[in-house]
Write a protein that binds this ligand. Structure first.
Ligand code: ASP
Length: 588
C-alpha cells in the first residue's frame, strides 16, 4: 500500500507549525463524532495530536473518517491550524493546535481491543499479559520501557567511561550450582548431556579477570528455576561487573558513582555519596533485615542485658540458649485495642513466633499480661532503654537470634505501615550492608551453604575459623539496599586455588565433586589469577523502583506470570514427539 510517510510525529506539532502542510501516521486513540465534525486523537509513541474531519473542509476525507475505529492505523495529510479559542487542551504539548484533514489512508484496521489503550487501566493483569503487545501501546508502559532504555544507556556510558569492557558470556553453559536450581537444556548432539542456562555469569567473569581484562561488565539475562514468589521472574536481567586488583572499598566507590549517575540521569536527583553502611549484624539487630528500609527510624533494641538475672522463664530460656530478646517501641500506640493486638500477634505467629509480648506504657507503670513476672528494676530499665513514655506501646520477641530478629523486622515494617511512617515523596535511602556471614547452616540437610556463593572470600582475619567454627566466619560480601529492596550484591572473590579448596571443604563439597563441577575455574586459578571482586545489580528491580512501580513485570516488556507462564505465547508448551525423540527424551 502506498502511503505518505510522516513529516512529523504525533507529539511534535506546536503553534510554530500553524498553516504548514503535514503528514502524520499513527493509531486512532479516540474518536468523537460531533454530528458532522469528527475529531480523532492520533497516537504514536511520541504523543497525541488531534486531527479534524470536517465535511465542508474535505468531503471525501470526512466520509472515510466515519469508518475509523479505535486502534486503526492511519496516515493523514492536512493543514495545521490554531485550535478555536476555548477548545485548547493545555494538558498535552500539542494541545494548542490540530490538523484539518485533507486526505486519509487506512493503513490497517483493528479488531476491538480487549481493553482500552489508556493509563490507569483497571483490568486483570492476566489479560494485559495475554495481549502484552497492546498493553505496551499504553503510555504508562511505554514510559516504563523507555525509562529502562535510558538506564541501559546511562549505565553503559558510565561504565565505558570507567574502562569497563562489555563482554558477552555464553547462555549455554555447564550446570554448576550457584545457589538456585539450573534450567537445563538437553543436547541433541550429545545424547544424555545437558547445558544449563547461567544463573549468572559468575564464573565467566572471574575467568575474564584471569584473562587480564581487568574491568568487565555486561547487561545480561540470568536464569534461575526457583519456586514461585510474587515478584520473581525465571529470567531476569543483571548489570554484572567484575574488577581486578581491588578490595571492597574500590567496588563501593565505583558503584556509588554508578548510582549517582543513574539517579542524576533518570530521576534528576543528586545522590549524596559515599553511602552509609551497616554491618549485617547491625542491620539485623536494629532493623531485623539484611535489606532494611531506612526511610523511617523505628529501630529495634536488643534487651538481653536487662534480663540477665530475670525470673521470667521465657526470657531466661532464651538467654540460656544464646538467643535474643528484641524490643520495638511503637510511640503513641498505647491505645491499641486488644483486638488490634490480637491481629498483630497472629501476624508474628504466622511468621513462626511463639507469641508476641506487648506492654502499654502508663504514667504509673506497664500494663501487660507479663508485667507480673518482671521486677520493678526490669520494668524501669525497659522503659529507659526503649525511651518509652506514657501512651506508647512496647513489643518484645525472644528466641533464636536470626529468627526472632527477622520476625521483629517484619513487625517493624508492619507497624511503619500502620503508623504511616513512610509518607510520600521522601528522599531515597541507600545503604551498603557489609560483613555478611560466609556460611549459612541448614537444619534440614545438616550442612553449611555459602550465603552468597562458593567463590566469595572469607574475611582474611577469620581464615583460622574456617575449619574450627565456620559459622562465625564473615565474608567479604556486600549488598546494596534501596528503600528496603536489595538492588545489588557481590563480593571480593577467592583467587587462590588452595583457599577455594578449604571453602569447598567447609561446604562439604568433596574434591571429586569440586573437580567435576568447578574444575575449569580451579584450573584457571593455577595460572595467575589476580585478586578480584565484583557485584551484580538486579536491573529489573532497580528499573521498577526508578519507575515508582510495585512489580518488576511493569518494567519488563514480555514478563512471565509469577507461576512462570507466558500467557501471550503460552510457554512453557508441549512439544512434538519428534522433537523429544531427537533430544533422547521420554516424558513419563
Ligand atoms: N553473581 C552474583 C549474583 O548473581 C553477583 C556477584 O557476586 O557478582 O548474585
Amino acid at each position: 500500500m502506498k502511503f505518505n510517510k510522516r513529516t512529523h510525529t504525533c507529539g511534535e506539532l506546536r503553534e510554530d507549525n500553524i498553516d504548514q502542510h503535514v503528514v502524520l501516521n499513527g493509531w486512532v486513540d479516540t474518536r468523537r463524532d460531533l454530528g458532522g465534525v469528527i475529531f480523532i486523537d492520533l497516537r504514536d509513541r511520541y504523543g497525541i495530536t488531534q486531527v479534524v474531519f470536517e465535511p465542508t473542509f474535505n468531503q471525501s476525507a470526512h466520509e472515510i473518517g466515519k469508518d475509523l475505529r479505535s486502534e486503526y492505523v492511519i496516515s493523514i495529510e492536512g493543514k495545521v491550524r490554531r485550535r478555536p479559542a476555548g477548545t485548547e487542551n493545555p494538558s498535552i504539548p500539542t494541545g494548542f493546535v490540530d490538523v484539518m484533514v485533507e486526505k486519509v489512508v487506512i493503513l490497517n484496521k483493528s479488531l476491538t481491543p480487549p481493553f482500552q489503550i489508556k493509563d490507569k487501566l483497571d483490568v486483570h493483569e492476566d489479560i494485559r499479559l495475554k495481549y502484552r503487545y497492546l498493553d505496551l501501546r499504553r503510555k504508562e508502559m511505554q514510559d516504563n520501557i523507555i525509562l529502562r532504555h535510558k538506564m541501559y544507556q546511562s549505565a553503559r556510558s558510565y561504565l565505558g567511561a570507567n574502562d569497563f569492557i562489555e563482554i558477552e558470556t555464553p547462555v549455554l553453559m555447564k550446570s554448576t550450582p550457584e545457589g538456585a536450581r539450573d534450567f537445563l537444556v538437553p543436547s541433541r548432539l550429545h545424547r544424555g548431556r545437558f547445558y544449563a542456562l547461567p544463573q549468572s555469569p559468575q564464573q565467566y567473569k572471574q575467568l575474564l579477570m584471569v584473562s587480564g581484562f581487568d574491568r568487565y561488565f555486561q547487561i545480561v539475562k540470568c536464569f534461575r528455576d526457583e519456586d514461585l514468589r510474587a515478584d520473581r521472574q525465571p529470567e531476569f536481567t543483571q548489570i554484572d561487573l567484575e574488577m581486578s586488583f581491588v578490595d571492597s572499598e574500590d567496588v563501593y566507590e565505583m558503584m556509588e558513582g554508578l548510582m549517582k549517575r543513574l539517579f542524576k540521569d533518570i530521576k534528576g536527583y543528586d545522590l549524596q555519596v559515599p553511602l552509609p553502611r551497616l554491618t549485617f549484624d547491625e542491620a539485623m539487630e536494629k532493623y531485623g533485615s539484611d535489606k532494611p528500609d531506612l526511610r523511617f527510624d523505628l529501630e529495634m533494641v536488643t534487651l538481653n542485658e536487662i534480663f540477665e538475672e530475670t525470673e521470667f522463664k521465657v526470657f531466661k530460656d532464651t538467654l540460656n540458649n544464646n538467643g535474643i530478646i528484641t524490643g520495638l517501641l511503637a510511640a503513641g500506640c498505647g491505645d491499641y485495642t486488644r483486638n488490634q493486638l490480637d491481629v498483630l500477634t497472629d501476624f508474628v505467629k504466622k511468621l513462626g513466633a511463639g507469641g508476641l509480648i506487648w506492654m502499654r506504657v502508663k504514667e504509673d507503670g506497664l500494663e501487660a499480661p507479663i508485667a507480673k513476672f518482671l521486677s520493678d528494676n526490669e520494668k524501669s530499665e525497659l522503659k529507659r532503654k526503649l525511651n518509652a513514655s506514657a501512651g506508647d506501646l512496647i513489643f518484645i520477641l525472644s528466641g533464636p537470634r536470626l529468627k526472632a530478629l527477622s520476625i521483629m523486622g517484619s513487625l517493624r515494617l508492619e507497624m511503619a505501615k500502620r503508623m504511616n511512617l513512610i509518607g510520600d515523596n521522601i528522599e531515597p535511602k541507600l545503604v551498603w550492608i557489609t560483613d555478611f556471614p560466609l556460611l549459612e547452616w541448614d537444619d534440614e540437610t545438616h550442612r553449611y551453604y555459602a550465603m552468597h556463593h562458593p567463590f566469595t572470600s572469607p574475611n582474611l582475619e577469620d581464615l583460622e575459623l574456617l575449619s574450627d567454627d565456620p559459622g562465625k566466619v564473615k565474608a567479604r560480601a556486600y549488598d546494596l539496599v534501596y528503600n528496603g529492596n536489595e538492588i545489588a550484591g557481590g563480593s571480593i572473590r577467592i583467587h587462590d586455588a588452595k583457599l577455594q579448596g578449604k571453602m569447598f571443604d567447609a561446604l562439604g563439597i568433596s574434591n571429586e565433586e569440586a573437580e567435576t563441577k568447578f574444575g575449569f575455574l580451579m584450573n584457571a586459578f593455577k595460572y595467575g589469577a589476580p585478586p578480584h571482586g565484583g557485584i551484580a545489580f538486579g536491573f529489573d528491580r532497580l528499573a521498577m523502583l526508578f519507575a515508582n512501580q510495585d512489580s518488576i513485570r511493569e518494567v519488563i516488556a514480555f514478563p512471565k506470570t509469577s507461576s512462570g507462564m507466558s500467557l501471550m505465547d503460552e510457554s512453557p508448551s508441549i512439544v512434538d514427539e519428534s522433537q523429544l525423540k531427537e533430544l533422547h527424551i521420554k516424558i513419563k
